[in-house]
Write a protein that binds this ligand. Structure first.
Ligand SMILES: [Cu+2]
Length: 152
């Protein structure tokens, strides 16, 4: 009984130490959410991530502006543009990972009422190695960087 208690205390201290690391390994910038042109359609999220550690991957994101978020990649085959879900997204060799219009994007399903143009929404990024990172995204109107979703 005593032993398990001290182990629990030790784990608690380790967790505190980990929480004190003030240099997160990933930084998020330029987070934007675009609303769908038609209510009920999915929206999208764009952002730039930079990792200080090599070999990082973005596993998933979540936002308080939508009930579900998927990572997608836009692909062009001839004249046809389509998209495919990404199970995860690796950072480039230079430590960068961009989700930008026409390329990778996060698709947001079930946009919640109250997140209109000009609102701020929270996005939480989950990584393979680094602890989760939270960014504040500006909510923008449709057509501002979401033309690649015409066929969705
Ligand atoms: Cu998509």
């Amino acid at each position: 009984m005593r032993k398990s208690h001290s182990r629990a205390a030790m784990l608690g201290i380790l967790a505190l130490l980990a929480g004190c690391d003030r240099s997160p390994k990933v930084e998020a910038a330029d987070a934007v959410i675009t609303l769908p042109a038609l209510a009920g359609q999915p929206g999208a999220a764009y952002f730039r991530l930079e990792s200080r550690a090599p070999g990082e991957r973005l596993l998933r994101i979540e936002t308080d502006a939508a009930t579900r978020a998927e990572l997608h990649e836009t692909m062009t085959k001839g004249n046809m543009a389509g998209m495919a879900p990404l199970a995860s997204a690796p950072f480039d060799a230079d430590g960068k990972l961009d989700f930008q219009p026409g390329g990778r994007h996060a698709m947001l399903f079930g946009i919640k009422p109250g997140f209109a143009v000009g609102a701020k929404a929270k996005i939480v990024f989950h990584f393979e190695k680094a602890p989760p990172v939270t960014a504040i995204a500006e909510v923008r109107g449709p057509g501002q960087g979401h033309a690649d979703h015409a066929g969705h």
